[in-house]
Design a binder for this molecule. Sequence first.
Ligand SMILES: [Zn+2]
Length: 257
Amino acid sequence: MPVSIISRATWGAKPWNNDPSSDGPAYVPLTSRTEFFVHYDGAHHITRTGYAIPRAIEAEHLGNGWAGIGYNFVVDQAGNIYEGRGWTRQGAHCPNHNVSGIGVQVAIGGDQEPSEAALAACRALYDEACRRTGRALAKKGHKDGYATECPGPKLYKWVQAGMPTKSGTAPTAPSKPKPPAFPGRDKFRPGANNAYVTQLGKQLVKKGYGRFYKVGPGPKWTDADRRAVEAFQRAQHWTGADADGYPGPETWRRLFT
Ligand SMILES: [Zn+2]
């Protein structure tokens, strides 16, 4: 699952340093990133929602005299991800770790419980960071790099547990199912009796060609198999010898993908 990030322009970030001519924080190549830091917002419960969350952090950080929001990303309880310094700019979230570390604030404070949506979004950012850098970044809480209470006991425990999500594994791009290897034409001919005939027949039923079978499918090759395969081949707009009812590698591939 690609990570959906609400851009600075969308949430209404101010120019870096409040100065339209500013180039903003220095660029950091992805090769420099080795760590992923989780933060929280400090002592107080966060009750604001939506764009007000990154805007409030930005106002505070600009007030510190920083270039703008100091985290690379901010995640809210609804699971929204807001762009701060993004993937490629130096952060201002943990001294001595602002180049090597990508800093993400989960916008909760005090003893607030992080939502599943927030944790899943934070984890998705972590996975995306690993994908982009080509390495497994070290999972850290702010306090691993600096003497602070941040990210609070609940988030810190979660980080130490390896940042698990309810779904078990992190959301990743769905992998395309690979068709099984074609077992060879000799497995599908009159007199054949094997597990591949069953596999073929079951797949034909799954694809909507079950009407040809009175019994089975499989493991014995029958005329029902031949007619079901032929119907499938004709549905590919194949004719003549290409639609003879005997599966070849291409029939097999299409049937299983
Ligand atoms: Zn922190």
